[in-house]
Ligand binder design. Structure first.
Ligand SMILES: NC(=O)c1ccc[n+]([C@@H]2O[C@H](COP(=O)([O-])OP(=O)(O)OC[C@H]3O[C@@H](n4cnc5c(N)ncnc54)[C@H](O)[C@@H]3O)[C@@H](O)[C@H]2O)c1
Length: 373
């Protein structure tokens, strides 16, 4: 699978490229950036290491590479200032983003290409990309809360002194100030986090507050996030490349899940070669669902402001559920799935979930959602 990174000369784009190089799974990495020399330098530096890792084609290119790309990632953008909210960034970033979308459209995307939006404010820009590119909703993904979730897990693991990969916890909703910690799903080594000795609600609050402020903390210390966001991007890109159908907290168009609609926001999302193959509505605490709904209202208000101030940004995304679901379960039909290690549990831990299809209409999706992958 060939990946192009628009903004590939920058911190996020180059870290994503390096993470994908180390992953050795995608076959090609094309870096595109208005800063041509920086872009060439990043591509050359990556190329120098190619013989040590994997047989990937690495180039600094222009938009002529887009028609060959299976996944087009957009990381170009202006960085957040330390005291600026992600949503404040929008006024500075929308114009730039629309220009990039115009270039991508002009170059011509592959029919089944996946577009991964990373630039901030990522949920709003993902929504704009859907409207502008005219792709099925399944083919446009925003990085959403993937990075916040990774940060959350790492910070929790540090606090409870457990290996980071043994902590599972989730952040959903906006990649921004209204993000929602899903404590109801927090576990360490498969055990409920809140049962660990010494665990307290004040510790939980402090960890979430630090997670929410992590972007600003990193910006203050080193100018911007790079390594962790690169790894979060890699997880999403590999889920597409390998068609692994991992359930990831990424942003996509929602049409009713948890009572939210007509925004792009992060919910548990099945990601595979077709992009967004489904969204999993699993039972959460009532206050978590209310917070998600509030977060989607914040996003909707911002989208409305953007559309008002930028007539060029108008363009309605195709409704997510207007076509047959890529997951075989009919949209909104409750099914039982097991969300446990390896997905092979005896059902005792199964939960009631709804899988919302967001398919591209090719009907080739798998019908099962299993945990632990
Ligand atoms: N979604 C997330 O979790 C997340 C995390 C971190 C950063 N970000 C966002 O990623 C974006 C990039 O951050 P960064 O730290 O890499 O910034 P950066 O300044 O290091 O890199 C941005 C790159 O974009 C390029 N660029 C600007 N306009 C362009 C255009 N029209 N076409 C092509 N390239 C263009 C610049 O030359 C630069 O190399 C920001 O919007 C930032 O807020 C998102």
């Amino acid at each position: 699978m060939r990946v192009s990174i628009i903004g590939g000369g920058g911190l996020v784009g180059s870290c994503a490229a390096f993470a994908l190089q180390c992953g050795g799974i995608v076959s090609g990495l094309d870096l595109i950036d208005v800063n041509a020399d920086l872009c060439k330098g990043q591509a050359l530096d990556l190329l120098h290491g190619a013989s040590l890792i994997a047989d990937q084609r690495i180039r600094a290119v222009g938009y002529e590479a887009i028609p060959e790309s299976d996944l087009v990632m957009i990381t170009a953008g202006l960085r957040r200032k330390p005291d600026e909210s992600r949503l404040d960034l929008i006024n500075r970033n929308v114009e730039l983003f629309l220009g990039i979308l115009g270039n991508v459209k002009g170059a011509g995307l592959k029919k089944d290409a996946i577009v991964l939006v990373v630039s901030n404010p990522v949920d709003v820009l993902t929504y704009l990309a859907l409207g502008q590119l005219g792709l099925p909703a399944s083919q446009v993904i925003g990085l959403g809360t993937a990075l916040d979730t990774a940060r959350f897990r790492s910070l929790i693991s540090e606090a409870v002194k457990l290996p980071p990969t043994q902590v599972t916890a989730l952040i959903l909703g906006e990649h921004g100030d209204s993000m929602v910690p899903i404590w109801s799903a927090a576990q360490a080594a498969g055990l409920p986090l809140d049962k660990f000795p010494g665990w307290s609600s004040s510790q939980a609050d402090a960890l979430f507050t630090r997670t929410k402020g992590s972007g600003a903390e990193v910006i203050k210390l080193k100018g911007g996030a790079g390594f962790a966001v690169g790894m979060a991007i890699r997880e999403v890109v590999h889920a597409v490349a390998l068609d692994s159908r991992r359930i990831l907290p990424v942003s996509s168009l929602v049409s009713g899940i948890y009572g939210m609609r007509d925004v792009c926001t992060s919910v548990p999302t099945v990601v595979g070669r077709g992009g967004v193959l489904g969204q999993v509505e699993i039972e959460l605490w009532g206050k978590e669902i209310s917070a998600l709904q509030q977060s989607s209202r914040v996003l909707r208000e911002t989208i409305d402001l953007v559309l008002k101030g930028n007539p060029k940004a108008a363009g309605k995304p195709a409704p997510a559920s207007s076509k047959p679901a890529a997951v075989a379960a009919p949209a909104s039909k409750p099914v039982r799935v097991t969300m446990g290690a390896g997905g092979g549990g005896n059902g005792s831990g199964s939960s009631r979930v709804t899988i919302s299809g967001i398919g591209n209409g090719n009907g080739n999706g798998h019908g099962k959602v299993t945990g632990g992958r």
